[in-house]
Structures are given as C-alpha cells and as structure tokens.
Design a protein around this ligand. Structure first.
Ligand SMILES: [Zn+2]
Length: 73
C-alpha cells in the first residue's frame, strides 16, 4: 500500500509507502526533508478501518462461541 503525500517545500504530490506516514522523508523533487502526511482529510479512516474489522471479527467469534455453548450449533 502507498499513500499520497505533499511536499511542504515545493508542494508537489508523490506516493510513498504506507510505512512512511508520519515520518520524515526526503522529497524526490526538491530533495528537502519533510514529514509525510497523507493528502486529504481522511487521515483517521486509514487507522480505524482495521480496528473496526478486528472488532467485527471479535464480535462474530464471540457470538459463535455463545451459540456453541448454548447448544444451537
Ligand atoms: Zn519538494
């Protein structure tokens, strides 16, 4: 996965690996270091989606265990 970031020095957009988010990277155009921040305002969704999926898997597993204990399955 990669994210789109914008250089704070020259303003150009580029794609960097997901792992670079929040870290200081060097612009490939002007070679100035800047902190990689994802373009746009949806910065939180990238983090919360796996948590929602993990929560859903946990709840489904919990329901399956309960149903098994009750004897429905
Ligand atoms: Zn730049």
């Amino acid at each position: 996965m990669s994210i789109s970031v914008r250089c704070s020095s020259c303003g150009k957009s580029m794609r960097v690996p997901d792992e670079a988010a929040g870290r200081s990277i060097r612009c490939r155009f002007c070679h100035q270091p800047f902190t990689a921040r994802a373009d746009g305002s949806a910065g939180g969704s990238r983090v919360s989606l796996p948590i929602i999926v993990a929560g859903a898997v946990f709840v489904i597993g919990l329901i399956a265990v309960i149903l098994r204990l009750v004897g429905v399955w």
